[in-house]
Design a binder for this molecule. Structure first.
Ligand SMILES: Nc1ncnc2c1ncn2[C@@H]1O[C@H](COP(=O)(O)OP(=O)(O)O)[C@@H](O)[C@H]1O
Ligand SMILES: [Mg+2]
Length: 196
């Protein structure tokens, strides 16, 4: 195991459970302690070319948490380049969508995702990677939990809501938009896509 991770876990009284993912700039691990249960440790890779990923993610996640969005930030160790956060036990949005939720369930999900996107717009935090393959949105108990704030920014123009709209309803080549349209029905999807 990486010595940075090993030290961090020992300091916090945590145990390694397993590796969740390996991305371009980070490694994501499932860890655990005796009382609080499972948590996620996201560690900046030593060869990461992203500037100050751990600082940025910690700062942005904290802002998102201030309006109840994202997994709760539990700790950060900027020397070890690791942040510790709540574990979201659920599939990615795309896996969940293609498992075929019913119309009512998807409608509720979409309403809540739109609400969260607007809340992020309101505090001026642009997530930056909400669209794509739907991997940065996890689904817990039918509700969206937005993750991966490492490329979020308070300096960019905020357009979370319009990005979510395009991703869910308008992207003409998007398998996601197509599936959403199939489940909600074209008429309903177009009413939704007009937003508030
Ligand atoms: N808090 C979390 N709870 C559960 N799984 C998570 C959590 N954070 C990240 N993951 C998992 O790890 C993957 C990579 O994390 P992410 O923050 O998106 O990093 P990357 O910058 O590498 O995309 C996610 O797609 C998700 O499967
Ligand atoms: Mg990601």
């Amino acid at each position: 195991m990486d010595s940075r991770l090993e030290q961090f876990l020992a300091q916090k009284g945590l145990f390694f459970v397993g590796k969740i993912d390996r991305g371009h700039s980070s490694l994501v691990f499932l860890v655990q302690d005796d009382k609080a249960g499972k948590m996620v440790a996201k560690m900046e890779r030593a060869d990461s070319t992203r500037f100050k990923m751990a600082e940025r993610e910690a700062e942005n996640l904290k802002k998102a948490n201030s309006v109840g969005i994202g997994p709760k930030l539990l700790a950060k160790d900027l020397k070890a380049r690791i942040i510790l956060m709540e574990f979201v036990d659920g599939p990615s949005f795309s896996d969940w969508l293609f498992s075929g939720p019913d119309k009512k369930t998807l409608k509720k999900f979409v309403e809540e995702l739109e609400r969260q996107a607007k809340a992020l717009d309101k505090i001026g935090l642009d997530h930056g990677q909400l669209a794509g393959r739907g991997k940065n949105i996890l689904v817990r108990d039918g509700k969206p939990v937005i993750i991966d704030f490492e490329k979020a920014s308070s300096k960019r123009k905020c357009h979370n809501f319009s990005v979510v709209q395009g991703f869910l309803f308008r992207n003409p080549n998007g398998t996601i938009a197509k599936k959403v349209g199939e489940i909600l029905g074209e008429a309903e999807a177009s009413v939704f896509s007009k937003g508030c």
